[in-house]
Design a protein around this ligand. Structure first.
Ligand code: ADP
Ligand code: MG
Length: 326
């Protein structure tokens, strides 16, 4: 049973960054508006995630760590709709299978919190403890029991970089959540959680980019596109400055990338890519959802209409608004 769990775990959890992603998504699902993430040694030694969400009832704690335990899918149809972030019920069991986990959680209705410890899938204890409302996960020593996997981890610095990307994407997709990220005791990111996307962009990318943004906010019968793009001079030699979110999820999408690059083409130098933080809202009937956990690529059923609409919205914004310095 443990071996099966460890193998399955490897598909969901391949590095510290995937733990951070799964746990932050759970915090979001739990309704948190404050999440703090602390890591040591690229998350290989320690990941601590604290939220002020709904907490987990004492009676539900053990179940939450079972494979395919999810409080989030009610029917098979739900699986086709990407409304709730978590829908697989595999994250906690997978993390617990390959790490040393301590959970401290308290719901509002309960007078006292609970501390639950589980290591390599083996329960170590459940006890009452004083705690604030919400949930803290302490995850130590990833792959402590699977040395073969541990060998595939990169340097702590590189792993910290992957985590940083995840935290930034989540911050960009949730400006209404205050996010705090600390790496080896150093504050790396703090977003105010005031709902203002521009403030999040400022905290991640700094003043120059923030001062050179064009705001996008357009709607048509089938979609709503909202966010910011960089003025033509703000660009980079690769696509790391392009952020797309569809219905709140960070995704990669060839059609979005192409549409944006086509819109920018008249003003962009060769081999340069724009800065974008764009949120597309679209009816989920129009999405081809790939349910594989790690797939971020998404297909649109109405690509033929979507593509020209995005090119048009962005082209107009780029051509009308920027004042290009002399
Ligand atoms: P999923 O998110 O797909 O439901 P997980 O394994 O990630 O599966 O989590 C299992 C269950 O544990 C969730 O359905 C939820 O009920 C509970 N849970 C996990 N993290 C939190 C949290 N931070 N706050 C409240 N409940 C949580
Ligand atoms: Mg989850």
């Amino acid at each position: 049973q443990n071996t099966i769990n460890q193998i399955a775990a490897g598909e969901v959890i391949d590095r510290p960054a995937s733990i951070v992603k799964e746990l932050m998504e759970n915090s979001i699902d739990a309704g948190a508006d404050k999440i703090s993430v602390e890591i040591k040694d690229g998350g290989t030694k320690l990941i601590r995630i604290t939220d002020n969400g709904c907490g987990i009832d004492r009676d539900d704690i053990k179940t939450a760590f079972l494979r395919h335990a999810t409080s989030k899918i009610k029917s098979v149809e739900d699986l086709m709709v990407v409304s709730s972030l978590g829908f697989r019920g595999e994250a906690l069991s997978s993390i617990a299978a390959v790490c040393q986990v301590e959970l401290i959680t308290k719901t509002q209705d309960s007078f006292v919190g609970c501390k639950y410890t589980i290591e390599g899938g083996k329960e170590k204890g459940l006890e009452e403890i004083g705690a604030p409302d919400g949930t803290t996960f302490l995850v130590r020593n990833i792959f402590f029991n699977t040395p073969a996997r541990r060998k595939f981890l990169k340097t702590p610095q590189t792993e910290a970089g992957y985590i940083s990307e995840i935290v930034e994407r989540i911050a960009l997709s949730h400006p209404e959540i205050a996010i705090n990220f600390i790496n080896n005791g150093q504050p790396k990111l703090h977003t105010p959680g005031n709902g203002n996307l521009k403030d999040v962009i400022y905290n991640i990318y700094g003043r120059e980019i923030t001062n050179n943004l064009i705001e996008i906010n357009e709607e048509c019968e089938f979609a709503h596109l909202k966010g910011f793009i960089g003025k033509p001079l703000i660009s980079k030699g690769n696509r790391t400055f392009e952020n797309y979110f569809v219905n709140g999820r960070y995704i990669k999408s060839t059609i979005l990338t192409k549409a944006i690059e086509e819109a920018f083409a008249p003003v962009m130098m060769q081999h340069k890519y724009p800065f974008t933080v764009l949120h597309l809202k679209i009816n989920s009937d129009l999405l081809d959802v790939n349910v594989h956990p790690s797939k971020m690529e998404l297909r649109f059923r109405n690509g033929k209409d979507l593509y020209p609409w995005i090119v048009e919205v962005l082209s107009e914004a780029i051509i009308e608004k920027p004042k290009i310095p002399q």
